[in-house]
Design a protein around this ligand. Structure first.
Ligand code: FES
Length: 110
């Protein structure tokens, strides 16, 4: 089976105003998730990319929440597609780095 190619345009940085986007080309097969693509990027190309997940494709932990083409989605549920997909950290919560946000309740933050 021939792999298809996706381009993940990923927000990088720890400051929303000062961050930038980095494009990564990812080979995929039908059914692969955006999280599959992001973890492949980390493993094969750029280990500095920060992304959080726990259950990995079980859709249980909800830690992979992020903006995918402007919509809040779970990266382990959203499927890779051909062409450009923009991936951003969750809005309205503190950004830690890249796609990782502080998801603790406000009263639990130090
Ligand atoms: S990795 Fe657990 S819900 Fe996505």
């Amino acid at each position: 089976m021939t792999s298809k190619m996706a381009c993940l345009r990923v927000f990088r940085g720890s400051d929303r105003a000062g961050g930038c986007y980095q494009d990564y080309q990812v080979a995929f097969e039908d059914g692969d998730s955006v999280l599959d693509g992001l973890t492949r990027i980390r493993a094969d190309e750029d280990p500095s990319l920060a992304v959080r997940f726990s259950c990995f494709n079980a859709n249980v932990c909800k830690e992979c929440s992020m903006l995918i083409d402007g919509k809040v989605e779970y990266a382990c549920v959203a499927k890779l597609t051909e062409g450009i997909t923009q991936v951003d950290p969750l809005p309205k919560v503190p950004l830690l780095r890249d796609l990782v946000t502080d998801t603790l309740a406000k009263k639990e933050r130090l």
